[in-house]
Design a protein around this ligand. Structure first.
Ligand code: ADP
Ligand code: ZN
Length: 445
């Protein structure tokens, strides 16, 4: 476990519920879980699944009884497209969002007015935990639309009482002009877009550290501690991690406090399990597993044991901030992103961690996997840093070898490393794409 990286901000709670004693929390979870099962039983899909599992709401007496409930997958949501999973009449919906469709056709989620109120408060909790104050001006560069990032954070910021610049995504030069002219205090976007903003600012002759940004709340895609260091160094702000997914609610499921040593799960609203994705049994405490989430308060579309496919470890040690919610470690990646290369499991985040440890490698990379003959080959294209580019031509070979060794050290795989000129790889305004898998049969060892 790395040493906690505390941010010098005040430790403030948005709601006292964040520090609820664990015994009270467990009693609340038990009650809310039973109510959720009652609500879910109105949905034909769950009525059948609960019948098959032989569970009734009355059987739910403790949070541990969640293990008796059926799982829900993205396929279940797709099969019930668009509104088959609603537990309320369609007329009770206040808003509809969709998942970004990173891994296929989007799935639809609905919210009642009460759900929207809950969601805004949950976003407010992690924003305040990460230093947001009513006097701040917040630049939101998450896309506004069906994606839950933009509107989700928007109403959370509004709850806190801060002012919002709803810039949405795109037109990076204009975003920088607005951040500079409005003297925004906080930035909300994906970590990869934060880097993109820093880079475009420098190209335009503006050192991003001169901007007034003090804090950044980043999420919606996997990122590493190395990436956090890079963003903080380039932008001169404290970067906080927050997690969520639209199928369960959107951002606000968990977020970091000032200690930045894992994201506190808002356990009074979500029951989180960490399971072995193969056996679906709980992993041993502190081990990596798939995050499985059950809504405890969602009215319009509660999901039971939703298989997020996100991999991380849970930490139930008490935190110095006083919040009692267990902490999720960084999301290592999603099971769908896991590459099996020559039988070895590799997550793109491991490659990112490796190459950002090497001086001279920029945080822009693309992993290409192919099987030209009988064996898999992994090629990692990495940009060189602009500052070092001109005087490094003679040292390219040495840099390439250092990156190769770093990747081998973390993944155990020999990768081909191609160094490319600064500014050659694609930049992203939302979720970054780092993998191009050209193999036909990706799972064959
Ligand atoms: P999609 O699954 O189509 O990308 P969403 O927009 O709902 O749909 O994105 C949710 C997903 O984004 C999560 O399941 C997770 O894989 C990723 N994600 C969100 N926040 C984080 C985070 N802080 N760290 C890593 N991954 C994250
Ligand atoms: Zn804490």
């Amino acid at each position: 476990m790395p040493a906690p990286r505390e941010a010098a901000i005040e430790n403030r709670l948005w709601s006292l519920d964040e520090a609820m004693p664990r015994s009270d929390l467990r009693a609340l979870q038990a009650r809310r879980l039973r109510e959720t099962v009652e609500r879910a039983a109105r949905v034909p899909h769950y009525r059948d699944a609960l019948l098959k599992a032989g569970v009734t709401p009355g059987d739910i007496r403790s949070p541990g009884d969640v293990r008796r409930l059926p799982f829900t997958t993205k396929e279940d949501l797709r099969a019930n497209y668009p509104f088959g999973m609603l537990a309320v009449p369609r007329s009770d919906l206040a808003r509809v969002h969709c998942s970004s469709g990173t891994t296929g056709r989007p799935t639809v989620v609905g919210y009642t007015a009460e759900d929207l109120e809950t969601w805004a408060n949950l976003c407010a909790r992690f924003l305040v935990a990460g230093g947001l104050k009513p006097e701040h001006m917040v630049h939101v560069a998450f896309g506004y639309g069906l994606f839950t990032g933009g509107f989700g954070l928007h109403y959370g910021i509004e709850k806190v009482g801060a002012s919002i610049v709803p810039a949405s995504s795109g037109n990076t030069e204009r975003q920088i002009m607005l951040i500079r002219d409005f003297q925004s205090d906080a930035l909300i976007c994906t970590p990869s877009y934060a880097l993109n903003i820093a880079e475009v600012a420098r190209e335009g002759g503006l050192d991003p550290r001169q901007l007034s940004l003090k804090i950044g709340h980043f999420g919606a895609e996997p990122w590493t501690e190395e990436m956090r260091n890079e963003i903080e160094m380039q932008m001169g702000l404290y970067a906080f991690n927050n997690y969520g997914l639209s199928e369960v609610m959107g951002p606000g499921i968990s977020g970091e406090c000032f200690r930045r040593d894992g994201m506190h799960v808002q356990e009074d609203h979500f029951l989180v399990e960490c399971l072995d994705p193969e056996t679906l049994e709980p992993v041993s405490p502190g081990s990596n597993g798939e995050v499985v989430i059950t809504n405890l308060t969602k009215q319009a579309m509660p999901v039971l044991r939703y298989r997020t496919r996100d991999i991380c470890a849970l930490d139930d040690n008490p935190c110095a901030c006083g919040r009692t919610g267990i902490r999720m470690g960084r999301i290592f990646g999603r099971t769908d992103d896991m590459l099996i290369i020559r039988g070895v499991n590799v997550f793109p985040s491991q490659v990112e961690e490796a190459l950002l440890k090497v001086e001279g490698a920029a945080p822009h990379y693309m992993i290409e996997v192919d099987r030209p003959g009988a064996l898999d080959e992994m090629t990692v294209r990495v940009e060189m840093k602009a500052a070092q580019f001109s005087d490094m031509i003679s040292q390219v070979q040495a840099l390439r070898e250092r990156i190769q060794r770093a990747i081998y050290g973390i993944t155990g795989l020999h990768a081909n490393v191609e160094l490319v000129k600064p500014q050659t790889l694609e930049r992203f305004t939302g979720k970054a794409r780092h993998v191009n898998d050209k193999r036909k049969d990706k799972r064959r060892p």
